[in-house]
Design a binder for this molecule. Structure first.
Ligand SMILES: NC(=O)c1ccc[n+]([C@@H]2O[C@H](COP(=O)([O-])OP(=O)(O)OC[C@H]3O[C@@H](n4cnc5c(N)ncnc54)[C@H](O)[C@@H]3O)[C@@H](O)[C@H]2O)c1
Length: 274
């Protein structure tokens, strides 16, 4: 470790258990010298293991539903008390679709569920940014990172309405990145991560096949949660000060590969059998 976040203070949303990407980010941020506050939805306090992580990271946990403005304002206020002033980075690592969870296909969505998907997985980023902007909770050159998936650009049928949420999340990051950049040089980016074995990831129908396909398509293979955490750390650091409003692929090359030899070989085998 190189201490590239030494003296920085951050807020991390979305660590549920040790498989969560946010869990790895929290560990890596502390290892790089940051002091952090952890948060998750009140229900995740009961289901997950966030207190275990908090003890390891010497961090306070402040419960907040990321769809509630009151919760976010309380969270940011407490965060500034803990860190004696504005903070330097925020990780938005939040995603949930009741439609995907209830196995409702894209052609048979519940619109009530879809509103929830969009509110939890996308609009929550706007809410966090707007509350921070209005409360002046981020220091100059602060950095906000949201996690996304390539279904925001290309269709993956079983990803359901999460695809629409990811496209919206990426757009919010770009749009708010402009305003926060002008106001305070705060940068806002999304990282588009490979399929990763986590609670949210494995909730997608056929995730094991999905994972294998992406792994075989990517010249470098799928990016792990640990590698994603390291990429987040680089975006929180001063080494990426001029990067903002970007959707950054962290996927071993998947996004720009048309087809790989491995995937072609599978078709060759299949055709031989016909
Ligand atoms: N796992 C993958 O394959 C993958 C790939 C690309 C992007 N992502 C994205 O990474 C992010 C983190 O997901 P993960 O894979 O680590 O899974 P995860 O299940 O560990 O994390 C999702 C988190 O969202 C939190 N959450 C849900 N509703 C919330 C609410 N109302 N308020 C606050 N928090 C709430 C959950 O409690 C959980 O901690 C998500 O945005 C996900 O879409 C995941």
């Amino acid at each position: 470790m190189n201490g590239i976040l030494k003296g920085k203070k951050g807020l991390i949303f979305g660590a549920l258990d040790e498989s969560s990407i946010a869990w790895k980010v929290a560990e890596a941020a502390v290892a790089e010298g940051a002091s952090i506050t952890l948060t998750n939805a009140p229900i995740a306090m009961r289901m997950g293991k966030i207190n275990e992580l908090a003890a390891k990271c010497n961090a306070e946990v402040v419960p907040a539903d990321a769809t509630s403005i009151d919760d976010i304002n309380n969270l940011l206020k407490r965060c500034m008390e803990i860190h004696n002033g504005p903070i330097d980075f925020i990780l938005h690592s939040i995603g949930m679709s009741p439609n995907v969870r209830k196995k409702k296909t894209y052609t048979d969505l519940s619109y009530e569920f879809m509103q929830k998907t969009l509110d939890i997985s996308a609009v929550s980023l706007h809410k966090v940014l707007q509350c921070a902007y209005q409360m002046d909770a981020l220091n100059e050159w602060g950095s906000v990172v949201g996690l996304t998936y390539i279904a925001g650009q290309r269709t993956f049928p079983s990803y359901g309405d999460m695809a629409d949420a990811k496209a919206t999340l990426e757009s919010i990051s770009r749009s708010f990145g402009y305003h926060y950049g002008v106001k305070k040089k705060v940068r806002v980016n999304t990282i588009s991560q490979s399929p990763t074995w986590t609670t949210a990831g494995s909730g997608v129908e056929g995730f094991d096949v999905f994972f294998k396909y992406a792994d075989d398509m990517s010249p470098l293979g799928n990016a792990s949660a640990e590698a994603c955490a390291n990429y987040c750390i680089s975006l929180f650091s001063d080494y990426t000060k001029m990067v903002t409003m970007q959707n950054l692929y962290h996927d071993g090359g998947f996004s720009f590969t048309g087809v790989s030899d491995k995937v072609m070989e599978m078709f060759v085998e299949q055709m031989k059998k016909q």
